[in-house]
Ligand binder design. Structure first.
Ligand SMILES: Nc1ncnc2c1ncn2[C@@H]1O[C@H](COP(=O)(O)OP(=O)(O)OP(=O)(O)O)[C@@H](O)[C@H]1O
Ligand SMILES: Nc1ccn([C@@H]2O[C@H](COP(=O)(O)O)[C@@H](O)[C@H]2O)c(=O)n1
Length: 225
């Protein structure tokens, strides 16, 4: 599909709602660039854990961020993530990073810097960006805003199936706890909490397939494009 007017599409929602899966497909159909902002917070968390920083130390974590060049690069096998030229694509998906990333993401100074970097990436439009504050803070003037939700049981079940398929150890109850905990920290933080933008279209994906969600978003894009 060639949408002559290059739009910015903001997709927000809680953990494991299907944002990145759907965002990648929407970007592919439109010939747009996909930007995974969660990967940026994960990359910083990975770095901070490597350096054994206190994750509650806002100044320390912010200082580290200023020394980190975080690069999201689309390659043949999908999006890869680099920190100061080191490939951290796999390393940022570990349970250790997942369990701690929300602590790093709650710091005001960290968010201010991340938002600036993300706004630069979205400047040229023709982007699908997913995260928690894209429609509210990063691209408040995005032409299309989507808020994806699904029941916590469904989200945990989907992640469980994904883990088993990849041969990773997985426990459904633990996944449900981790998702609930991450959503709670992300929703209750003072700075740019996870929130549906007033003008976002909400899609409850609990009983929808991936392709049905993609279709609905493309329909919203066509209406606004
Ligand atoms: N509508 C859907 N129906 C069934 N499975 C889905 C659907 N959407 C996504 N999934 C599956 O759910 C899992 C989680 O999706 P995904 O990683 O895209 O979520 P996310 O919102 O980006 O998560 P996170 O915020 O934790 O990064 C994946 O295995 C994906 O294939
Ligand atoms: N715009 C964003 C994106 C992400 N976060 C934080 O990063 C965590 C990991 O995100 P994933 O999408 O990879 O799961 C997420 O739980 C948030 O803490 C954010 O704050 N803002």
């Amino acid at each position: 599909m060639d949408l002559e007017n290059q739009l910015a599409i903001a997709i927000d929602g809680p953990a494991a709602a299907g944002k990145s899966t759907v965002a990648k497909k929407v970007a592919h159909q439109l010939g747009y660039v996909y930007i995974d902002t969660g990967a940026m917070y994960r990359a910083l968390t990975w770095c901070a854990l490597q350096k054994e920083l206190d994750l509650e130390d806002e100044a320390g974590v912010h200082h580290l961020l200023m020394e980190c060049d975080i690069l999201l690069k689309m390659e043949q096998d999908g999006q890869r993530v680099y920190v100061n030229e080191e490939d951290v694509t796999q390393a940022i998906r570990t349970q250790e990073v997942t369990n701690q990333v929300s602590l790093v993401a709650k710091h005001r100074k960290v968010r201010e810097e991340m938002v600036q970097r993300q706004q630069k990436l979205a400047k040229k439009r023709g982007v699908v960006m997913d995260g928690r504050d894209i429609g509210t803070h990063v691209i408040p003037d995005a032409e299309v805003k989507i808020f994806m939700s699904a029941s916590v049981e469904e989200r945990a079940e989907r992640r469980h199936k994904e883990n088993l398929k990849k041969g990773f150890p997985s426990n459904l109850e633990e996944l449900m706890d981790e998702i609930r905990r991450r959503d709670e920290i992300d929703s209750k933080r003072e700075v740019a909490p996870l929130l549906k933008a007033d003008d976002a279209v909400e899609i409850d994906t609990t009983s929808l397939s991936i392709d049905e969600v993609v279709e609905r978003i493309i329909a919203v894009v066509k209406k606004n494009g």
